[in-house]
Design a protein around this ligand. Structure first.
Ligand SMILES: NC(=O)CC[C@H](N)C(=O)O
Length: 379
């Protein structure tokens, strides 16, 4: 017992000393919000100014997955969990994109000495390598309360000189992160066309694990062109960054897919795009949903799923022919819809999780059931 207390004291002392050494050697930076609010902080990332929208995620884990999720493009991500960096950076196989996509990172306490058997480097090294600025501002609670009260807002992370604010949602961010070439994953007799609007890797892993071949195509690929080099049995339209209304070409593809009655599953941005394609509408939430504990009620039932989410826009008008399927129990916003008679459905949350609970993974099975039914190969 005594030994354990001694060890714990030593560990605590080490952490305090490392933390003091970190503050003594690091440069100061400022998180500046568009309403003039300033948060001073210590830099632990790449020291170059950045602009975007500042958002907060209340997840207790998952900073490697969140940072690499292409949906965070253009966003300065605040992690509200007070200890970030403590388990380092895992191998790229565990990432959700091929690099860091968030525009910047804000934390309360950065832990410079990771401890985890899968850690390959510390978070600061990774951020510097990927040229992503990051600040330890201590009072992430005040920042989050401010955003909750006034809504997400534009912000900059600056060091010596000011830079202009920039609204990322006026850009076509999907075009920036989507694959530029057609790529194949896995094998099987059934082919799913994955429209990559910034797809998290675990969407591909989740499909491949179920024995299907996935053909990943760019966001603006014409799936119905006569000279298309492959056939497919279903379409999964992925998550992705920015305002869904900017991805007009994907919306057109989904309209054509509905005309052909091809089974469709949409995830997050994919949900918003399917709603727009079918005549529904989307709007921007005050401060979005970003965490791994968003409660979603199955419409008309007493069942609630705990879900992973990361979105700032939402479906306001569920299109004709569809019915609301999941509802967020915190604020009653729409979290999913399904067509009343055809094999089209979509969800605002992430059934592929990573990070977060796997409660809704069954949606991939449901999608493939619809695909097999449509193929006439009932299982
Ligand atoms: N994770 C996502 O697909 C996000 C969708 C969209 N960019 C939003 O913020 O609402």
């Amino acid at each position: 017992m005594m030994l354990q207390i001694d060890t714990a004291n030593k560990l605590l002392k080490d952490v305090v000393e490392e933390s003091l050494a970190f503050s003594a050697t690091t440069r100061k930076g400022v998180l500046l919000l568009e309403d003039g609010t300033r948060f001073e902080g210590l830099s632990f990332g790449y020291e170059q100014a950045t602009a975007g929208e500042v958002v907060f995620c209340t997840g207790m884990v998952g900073y490697p997955e969140a940072l690499t999720d292409p949906s965070y493009t253009g966003e300065i991500l605040t992690m509200t969990y007070p200890i970030i960096g403590n388990y380092g950076v895992p191998n790229a196989e565990r990432w959700e994109g091929d690099r860091i996509h968030a525009a910047g990172l804000i934390v309360s306490n950065y832990i410079p000495t990771p401890s985890h058997f899968e850690s390959t480097m510390d978070l600061s090294t990774w951020l510097k390598r990927e040229k992503i600025p990051a600040l330890e501002i201590k009072d992430t609670r005040l920042l989050t309360q401010h955003i909750r009260k006034h809504g997400t807002m534009l912000a900059t992370i600056i060091f010596d000189e000011d830079i202009p604010f920039h609204n990322p949602y006026v850009d076509n961010l999907v075009a920036r992160v989507s694959t530029s070439e057609v790529r194949e994953h896995g094998s099987g007799e059934t082919t799913i066309a994955l429209i990559d609007c910034g797809a998290k890797h675990n969407i591909i892993r989740s499909l491949v694990a179920r024995g299907v071949r996935v053909v990943e195509v760019p966001w603006d690929y014409d799936l119905f062109a006569d000279d298309r080099p492959f056939d497919f049995d279903g379409i999964l339209v992925s998550n992705g960054p920015g305002d869904p209304k900017m991805a007009e070409k994907t919306i057109q593809t989904l309209r054509a897919a509905m005309e052909h009655e091809i089974p469709i599953m949409g995830i997050c941005l994919g949900h918003q795009l399917l709603a727009l394609a079918a005549g529904g509408d989307t709007y921007k939430l005050k401060f979005g949903h970003r965490s791994q504990n968003q409660p979603c009620l199955l419409a008309g039932e007493k069942r609630c799923y705990i879900t992973t989410q990361n979105h700032g826009f939402a479906v306001g008008t569920v299109p004709e022919g569809f019915e609301p399927w999941f509802i967020n129990a915190n604020d009653n916003t729409n979290e999913g819809m399904r067509h009343r008679s055809l094999p089209f459905f979509s969800v605002q949350f992430h059934p592929e999780s990573t990070p977060g609970p796997m409660d809704t993974e069954w949606l991939f099975d449901l999608f493939l059931e619809k695909v097999y039914e449509a193929k006439g190969a009932l299982i």
